[in-house]
Design a protein around this ligand. Structure first.
Ligand code: NAD
Length: 350
């Protein structure tokens, strides 16, 4: 996160007020894990719990209740579980709606290797910076004639410049070495061409940070063969979505990677993963991604010591390999893994 987009959440009696969206599927299970771990750090947060998504549709007849929008407008900051979006039918993605409504234009997904999690690569340390408001997610789709449909990809100079600036500011503030813009401008010469043009112009203002470009298909191949040749990845919305999951695979899966959506006036913290319908309600979900999203929230609320404690505790649990959920080859439940993180956290003074 850059200093520029840190914002002070409103406080009630000295305690920050944060909107809490448990979400659908595994959301309530992993969000409850994150809450317990945050509580164990001693940081007090006044959670304003709100329903959204499929759960809200069932209960209130609306996947985006007015109360949710009012809460987010009031607090400007949320911890959120995943929300269900049905494939091909049904309402449009509430995630996309919230990111656009609150202009949370920068999706930041730090993807790190953990000792104890066995993958073909060690020391993966990638930061995915994904533009969050436009591209093929514009939602402009129509049927031109029966059997012929069009989806419109929207790329603007304004959004491309500000996401590139976010990536370079992040690089500067966090002493990162390089930013790689990932594109398909050999085919989409105008749209991806504009994205690159803006990234190049922004890069000129950061001479200490190496700027590189790579076509998305070649970048995917290089990511799965030599991930350490990348540092910060700068991507449009759709490539960013796909490449995020690819990067998660490099470090052990979706259960491990946290994320944040930042705007100039607020932020929503959420894991990269979705509702995981195949394991929802079974107590099997890996809570680490949600817990680490909670750590990103604590950084945002200017509680960096508590955030570091959480990172150290999750690192210790993964390293020891004794209490792991099934996605990591263990047998532990969500609750058991959360308890292990809390034990490690309580053992470790800040
Ligand atoms: P998914 O991320 O839910 O699941 C993909 C695979 O990863 C599944 O096998 C799942 O079991 C596994 N997985 C995910 N999270 C895990 C965890 N914490 N622990 C262990 N395993 C985990 O992706 P999907 O199946 O493509 O999508 C399901 C739903 O989630 C869809 O409705 C989609 O739109 C939604 N979704 C929401 C968000 C969001 O709210 N930010 C993000 C992605 C997908």
């Amino acid at each position: 996160m850059t200093k520029n987009n840190r914002l002070t959440a409103p406080h009630r009696e000295g305690i920050p007020v944060v909107t809490l969206i448990p979400g659908d599927g595994v959301g309530p299970e992993v969000i409850s894990a994150a809450l317990e771990v945050i509580k164990a750090t001693g940081v007090k947060i006044d959670w304003d719990r709100q329903a959204a998504g499929a759960g809200a549709l069932k209960r209130f007849g609306n996947p985006v209740p007015d109360e949710l929008i009012k809460s987010l407008t009031r607090t400007g900051v949320a911890l959120k579980g995943p929300l269900e979006t049905r494939v091909g039918v049904g309402y449009r993605s509430i995630n996309v709606f919230l990111r656009k409504t609150f202009d949370l234009y920068a999706n930041l997904r730090p993807t790190l290797s953990f000792k104890g999690v066995h993958t073909p690569f060690r020391n993966v340390d990638l930061i995915v910076v994904r533009e969050n408001t436009e591209d093929l997610y514009s939602g402009i789709e129509h049927e031109v004639a029966p059997g012929v449909v069009e989806s419109i990809k929207v790329i603007t100079a304004r959004a491309s410049r500000r996401i590139a600036k976010f990536a370079f500011e992040y690089a500067r503030a966090n002493h990162r070495k390089s930013v790689t813009a990932i594109h398909k401008a050999n085919i989409m010469k105008l749209s991806d061409g504009l994205f690159l043009k803006c990234a190049r112009a922004v890069a000129r203002g950061y001479p200490e940070i190496r700027y590189q470009e790579q076509i998305v298909d070649a970048a995917c191949m290089r990511l799965v063969t030599a991930p350490s040749s990348f540092d910060i990845l700068l991507l449009e919305n759709l490539y960013g979505d796909i490449v995020s999951d690819l990067c998660a695979g490099l470090v052990g899966g979706l259960g491990l990677v946290p994320g944040a959506n930042y705007g100039d006036k607020g932020a929503i913290f959420e894991a990269v993963h979705g509702t995981a319908p195949d394991i929802a309600g079974k107590g099997l979900a890996n809570p680490i991604a949600a817990i680490l999203s909670g750590a990103m929230l604590l950084d945002y609320l200017s509680r960096p010591a508590a955030a570091s404690k959480i990172r150290a505790a999750t690192g210790a649990v993964l390293r020891s390999g004794r209490v792991l959920t099934r996605d990591l080859g263990g047998k532990a439940s969500t609750i058991e893994m959360t308890a292990a993180v809390i034990r490690a956290l309580v053992r470790k003074p800040a």
